[in-house]
Design a protein around this ligand. Structure first.
Ligand code: SAH
Ligand code: SF4
Length: 422
């Protein structure tokens, strides 16, 4: 679909700059989504091996052939990125026809694609719901850097938690994503940036100087992944499978706001890297920012971190700390942070707060962030301040909020306008 740049005449953002919006031509459908067709064929894209076995058995593939046929499908879907069964030249023609009749390899539809001036891409994906269910939307963000490309995926539509500085937290939970919908975010991203064998990126795209354009995955989009571990776990198996998508488990990071009882199972059952959204060093303040802290306070959270399976200096936990002006950003906070984390193999990520319309918080001043970072650095932590990416398209951490919660038109326009400010 062609991209159209729509000038928004008569609209200025708070800084008084002129604005324009990059929209897919499908944007106009957003207000009135079509109901999912009851007759739609199921898609096999995103299914794990068990799911494919079931699909093949249903079209009559005999038991003794199942293993071999699943390997073939796996290779085509997850190694080559096939989008229809006809491409699968080593699968018997007659079976291809049966598969085509019963299934598709469709991905969620890209409702909107936004490209930031720094090369970050944000896709609003429309999920085909159950028959009769209104389609929902989620967001997936691609962040290219010099030597790696990171895909930030969502694990839920909305979030049950209500962290006060997070835009997603203002959206109620609609539902958990399925494992297929989680995996499909990588399939769509690879389609869009041409990251399959034999494909090239679209003209003008920013991609890393690396063999794969998407080398890392972070569960830092919408939702709390540890409240959906049932789907996140098999999705991670598919994403990391060496015969298919092959994103190594050490390149997959699951970020949690601190669901303590699920931290050990995550490490034991998936072996991925852990990121913890700490954001405050005192329970009273953390309970205000991350209300889940009332249930699982800092001491319990850090005890679970110390016990994270596989933790070592080579496999550190990332502690995320959002810099909120006048709230959690004093030198005393920095010193206490360092003291709290003593003995835990850790990295500290200072995240400049990404504002969104209606928030009461502001981002700390640059000097304050530098002072904080210096204290953390002196204590022996490399403390990269995470450069905000894709701010112009509202793709940065905590700014994600799908259109599935219908915003008033004016707010939607304002969001988009801010999103594309030069
Ligand atoms: N629910 C999980 C993962 C998604 S949020 C979690 O909370 O960890 C991913 C990261 O973005 C978290 O560290 C979250 O605290 C941070 N974040 C949320 N809103 C933000 C904002 N407005 N500015 C900067 N970071 C934010
Ligand atoms: Fe949910 Fe994470 Fe946002 Fe908190 S920060 S509301 S847990 S998405």
């Amino acid at each position: 679909m062609p991209l159209t740049r729509v000038p928004l005449t008569g609209f200025t953002n708070p800084a008084g700059k002129s604005v324009s919006v990059l929209l897919m031509s499908a944007i106009s459908d957003l207000a009135t989504p079509a109901p999912a067709s009851a007759a739609a064929k199921p898609s096999l894209a995103g299914r794990d091996r068990d799911g494919l076995v079931q699909a093949l058995a249903e079209v009559g593939v005999p038991e003794r052939e199942l293993r071999m046929r699943v390997s073939q499908l796996w290779h085509w879907i997850y190694f080559r990125g096939a989008r229809d069964f006809d491409a699968m030249t080593n699968v018997a023609k007659e079976l291809r026809a049966r598969l085509t009749e019963a299934y598709t390899l469709a991905r969620p539809e890209v409702a909107i694609e936004q490209v930031s001036s720094d090369g970050t891409r944000k896709w609003l994906l429309r999920l085909a719901g159950a028959p009769g269910e209104r389609p929902h939307e989620i967001e997936t963000v691609y962040i290219p850097e010099a030597e790696r490309g990171t895909l930030c995926v969502s694990s839920q539509i909305g979030c049950t938690l209500t962290c006060t500085f997070c835009h997603t937290g203002t959206q109620r939970l609609v539902r958990n994503l399925t494992q297929e919908e989680i995996v499909a975010q990588l399939l769509v991203a690879r389609d869009k940036i041409g990251d399959w064998p034999g494909m090239t990126p679209p003209e003008g795209a920013v991609v890393p100087q690396a063999p794969r354009f998407i080398s890392n995955i972070v569960f830092m989009g919408m939702g709390e992944p540890l409240y959906n571990l049932e789907a996140v776990k098999p999705a991670i198996e598919t994403l990391s499978d060496g015969e298919g998508l092959s994103v190594g488990k050490r390149r997959i990071t699951v970020s949690t706001s601190g669901v303590v009882p699920m931290i050990e199972p995550l490490g034991r059952e998936t072996g991925t890297m852990l990121a913890v959204s700490l954001h405050a060093v005192r329970d009273d303040l953390r309970s205000e920012l991350v209300p889940l802290n009332k249930k699982y306070p800092i001491a319990e959270l850090l005890a679970a971190c110390r016990a994270y399976p596989g933790l070592s200096n080579a496999r550190r936990i990332t502690f995320e700390y959002v810099m909120l002006k006048g709230v959690n950003d004093t030198p005393a906070d920095a010193k206490e942070l360092v003291r709290l984390l003593k003995g835990i193999p850790a990295k500290i990520n200072l995240i400049p707060f990404n504002p969104w319309p209606g928030t009461k918080y502001e981002c700390s001043d640059w000097e304050t962030i530098e002072r904080f970072s210096e204290i953390v650095f002196r204590a022996g932590y490399a403390s990269p301040v995470r450069r905000p990416r894709g701010r112009d398209i509202l793709a940065a951490c905590g700014q994600l909020k799908s259109e599935s919660e219908r915003l008033p038109v004016r707010e939607r326009m304002a969001l988009r306008a801010m999103a594309m400010t030069e």
